[in-house]
Design a protein around this ligand. Structure first.
Ligand code: XUL
Ligand code: CO
Length: 438
C-alpha cells in the first residue's frame, strides 16, 4: 500500500448546487460573502484527528475495519510523522483552515511521564513545521485524560491526588504546545469526570477537585500568556453513568460556583446536546444568553440510538436554527466548527473520509445560508421582539429597575386594575415561516 492513502484524490472545490460531482462542494464557497463575512470566516472549519485519523472502525462487538497506511495509535515517532503527513494532506485537500487534536492522537505512545513529554514535544516540532509549510491553523488542542487505565476513576475528580497531578502534567504540556502552535482555543472535555455509582463517590469533594483543576488551568493560561479561549465540552453521560459537565446550564452553574464564568466558555457538541435531552439550538441559545458560547463540535447522533454515534451532520434544516442563534449572538469568535465526527464502520475506504467531510461541510454551509436569509428577512426576529415589547416600556422597566420591590409591583395590580389578556404565541405561523428558508 502506498504511504499516501489519498494519492489521486483531488482538491475539493465549490461547484455550486447543480454539480453532480460527489467530490465537490455544492454550498460551501469559502470566499462567498454572507452578512458581510466570508463563509470561511463564519464557519472556521476544522478537521479533528480523533475520529478521522485515530479510530479504526472498532465497536463493542468487532475489531477495526479500516485499512490505513498510518498507525491509528502510533508506536514510534516515524509512525506519528507518517500519520501527520496523511492528516495534513487530507485537511489541505478539503481546503479548510483548521485542524485540532488530543495530545495522544498525534504522538508516539508513551507509558511514563518522561516519555510522554519527550514524544509529545518531538511531534509538536513536526506539527509546527507542517503548519508553517501549509498555512493550516490549530483550532484547539486538548489532552486525552480518559483513555489510559490510570484515568479509570476520572482525572481531576479521581480519588487519588497522584492522578490529578498526572492530568495536570498532561494539560500543562498540551496547553503550552497549543500556545506555541498559536492555537485559538484549548478544550477540556471531562472524559471520565463523573461517577459510575454514588455508592463509592463523594460528589461534593469531586466537584471541588474539578473546580481546583480548572482554576489551575486558567492560572497557567495567564501565566504563559496564552491568548486563546479555554473551553469546557458538556456531555451528560458516556463513558461514565453521570458526567459532571452535564449540559451548558450545568457547566455555567459550576463555573459560577468556582468564579470561572468569565474565564471559560463552552464547546457545544450536537450529539451531546441531544443526549442531554436538549435540541442543539437550545444549547447554543443557552450559551449565547449566558455569554459563554465558544465553539462547536458538529457531530450528530442518531435519534434511535441512545449513545454518542458522533456522525457527520447531514440535516441542514435541523442546523439552520442553531446557526441562526449563532449569527444572532455575533458568531463564533475564537471558536469554529469542528468535525470530531465518525465514519460508519462499513465506510472502509479512504475515499469515504472525503464524502463524510464534504457532506458535513456542505450541510453547515447550507444551514449558514439559510440562517443568513432568515436574518435578512427579519420577520422571525421581529416576531420575537414584538412579544416582549412591553418589557421595554414603563411597565417592564418598573419591574426590572434595581429598586423595584415585590410589594410595589403587586400594588400596581389593584391600583391600575390589571387584567392581562392571553396573546397567541403564533408558533405554527413561525414554523411555517422558518420552513420557507430550509
Ligand atoms: C467525546 C468527545 C471528545 C471531545 C474532545 O464524546 O466529544 O472527542 O470533543 O475530547
Ligand atoms: Co466532542
Amino acid at each position: 500500500m502506498t504511504t499516501d492513502p489519498f494519492e489521486g484524490m483531488p482538491k475539493i472545490h465549490y461547484e455550486g448546487p447543480d454539480s453532480k460531482n460527489p467530490l465537490a462542494y455544492r454550498y460551501y464557497d469559502a470566499d462567498a460573502e454572507i452578512l458581510g463575512k466570508s463563509m470561511a470566516e463564519h464557519l472556521r472549519l476544522a478537521v479533528c484527528y480523533w475520529h478521522t485519523f485515530c479510530w479504526d472502525g472498532t465497536d463493542t462487538f468487532g475489531s477495526g475495519t479500516f485499512a490505513r497506511p498510518w498507525q491509528f495509535a502510533p508506536v514510534t515517532q516515524a509512525e506519528a510523522e507518517q500519520k501527520l503527513a496523511a492528516a495534513m494532506g487530507f485537511v489541505e485537500r478539503l481546503g479548510v483552515p483548521f485542524f485540532c487534536f488530543h495530545d495522544t492522537d498525534v504522538m508516539a505512545a508513551a507509558e511514563t511521564a518522561q516519555d510522554h513529554a519527550a514524544n509529545f514535544a518531538a511531534i509538536v516540532d513536526r506539527i509546527e513545521e507542517k503548519m508553517a509549510a501549509t498555512g493550516l491553523q490549530l483550532l484547539w488542542g486538548t489532552a486525552n485524560l480518559f483513555s489510559h487505565p490510570r484515568y479509570i476513576a476520572g482525572a481531576a475528580t479521581n480519588p487519588d491526588p497522584d492522578v490529578f497531578a498526572f492530568a495536570a502534567f498532561q494539560v500543562r504540556h498540551c496547553l503550552e504546545a497549543t500556545h506555541r502552535l498559536n492555537g485559538h482555543n484549548y478544550v477540556l472535555w471531562g472524559g471520565r469526570e463523573g461517577y459510575d455509582t454514588l455508592l463509592n463517590s463523594d460528589l461534593g469533594r469531586e466537584l471541588d477537585q474539578m473546580g481546583r483543576f480548572l482554576a489551575m488551568v486558567v492560572e497557567h493560561k495567564h501565566r504563559i500568556g496564552f491568548p486563546g479561549t479555554i473551553l469546557i465540552e458538556p456531555k451528560p453521560h458516556e463513558p461514565t453513568k453521570h458526567q459532571y459537565d452535564h449540559d451548558v446550564a450545568t457547566v455555567y452553574g459550576f463555573l459560577k460556583r468556582y468564579g470561572l464564568e468569565n474565564e471559560i466558555k463552552v464547546n457545544i457538541e450536537v450529539n451531546h446536546a441531544t443526549l442531554a435531552g436538549h435540541s442543539f439550538e437550545h444549547e447554543v441559545a443557552t450559551a449565547a444568553a449566558l455569554g459563554i458560547l465558544g465553539s462547536i463540535d458538529a457531530n450528530r447522533g442518531d435519534p434511535q440510538n441512545g449513545w454518542d454515534t458522533d456522525q457527520f451532520p447531514n440535516n441542514a434544516a435541523e442546523l439552520t436554527l442553531a446557526m441562526y442563534h449563532i449569527l444572532k449572538a455575533g458568531g463564533l469568535t475564537t471558536g469554529g466548527f469542528n468535525f470530531d465526527a465518525k465514519l460508519r464502520r462499513q465506510s472502509i475506504d479512504a475515499e469515504d473520509l472525503f464524502h463524510a467531510h464534504i457532506g458535513g461541510i456542505d450541510t453547515l454551509a447550507r444551514a449558514l445560508r439559510n440562517a443568513a436569509a432568515i436574518i435578512e428577512d427579519g420577520r422571525l426576529d421581529a416576531a420575537a421582539k414584538e412579544r416582549y415589547v412591553k418589557w421595554d416600556g414603563a411597565e417592564g422597566r418598573a419591574i426590572m429597575d434595581a429598586g423595584a420591590t415585590l410589594a410595589g409591583v403587586a400594588d400596581r395590580v389593584t391600583a391600575e386594575n390589571l387584567a392581562p389578556a392571553p396573546v397567541s404565541g403564533r408558533q405554527e405561523r413561525l414554523e411555517n415561516l422558518v420552513n420557507r428558508f430550509v
